[in-house]
Design a protein around this ligand. Structure first.
Ligand code: ZN
Length: 250
């Protein structure tokens, strides 16, 4: 058993036996950890905020490599009220939490991913377009799935010369000089690839506002979905929910 003091984000919780809970935390210092909360499902449990999905707390944890891990103390719990009062924002953030859970193994320390997730949630809470934050999140987390796509330079001549198309065969963009070859091209609107290039390198901390028209967002959504189907292959309920949600709106 080792003791770790760390910030942690709740990815999800679930009932365990009659009165207990299991909570999946993504921590800054010890990666993802499954934590046992004795009495967490009981009427008299006091710390309900602390085990809510997407809440953030400062924890002292007792971590076991085998068997269950425990919370010794928690403090400074932060709840994202804007997100939690809005079903659409909640859906996008839940999907990002699910992606993190799928992307890396438990107990793997990944401070950059932790900061990236926390910053993404903060941006949605502060009113940044949740759909755009999710696009950026999806593109930048691809590397954690072992998928490396190059949206910056032509995969054949290396030129940074837009407009680009996307080659499924080369896992990256190609310039107009090379679009005649058999590269399994996406025949994509070059503006979509411009945005994916931007998303792949943007620093969230410096991000103020990216405004994208609904029609362009629909096109970006379609290409990112194709990329995930082709290279990642997830089947997440939270993503299906977003898809249905967008159907209600259109
Ligand atoms: Zn080229």
């Amino acid at each position: 058993m080792k003791e770790v003091e760390t910030l942690g984000i709740v990815l999800y919780n679930r009932d365990y036996k009659e009165k207990d809970k299991l909570v999946k935390l993504f921590t800054a210092k010890a990666g993802k950890q499954m934590i046992f909360i004795k009495g967490g499902n009981g009427q008299r449990f006091q710390s309900k905020d602390m085990i809510q999905p997407m809440s953030v707390s400062q924890f002292v944890l007792n971590l076991n490599d085998q068997g269950l891990s425990f919370i010794r103390t928690h403090s400074d719990t932060k709840i994202f009220r804007q997100i939690q009062s809005d079903i659409f924002l909640t859906a996008y953030v839940t999907y990002m939490l699910n992606l993190v859970d799928m992307a890396i193994e438990d107990r793997i320390h990944d401070q950059p991913l932790f900061s990236f997730l926390l910053e993404s949630i903060n941006l949605v809470e502060r009113g940044m377009d949740a759909e755009v934050v999710t696009f950026i999140f999806e593109i930048q987390i691809l590397s954690r799935f072992g998928v490396y796509l190059d949206f910056e330079q032509c995969q054949i001549c290396g030129k940074i010369a837009q407009p680009f198309d996307f080659s499924w065969a080369l896992q990256g963009v190609v310039c107009q000089n090379h679009q005649e070859q058999n590269l399994n091209l996406a025949k994509e609107d070059p503006n979509v690839l411009y945005f994916l290039g931007l998303f792949s390198k943007v620093d969230l901390v410096l991000l103020n506002e990216i405004k994208i028209k609904p029609d362009m967002k629909r096109k970006i959504r379609i290409l990112i979905d194709l990329i995930y189907t082709e290279y990642v292959g997830l089947n997440l309920k939270s993503k299906k929910f977003i898809d249905h949600m967008n159907d209600w709106l259109s």
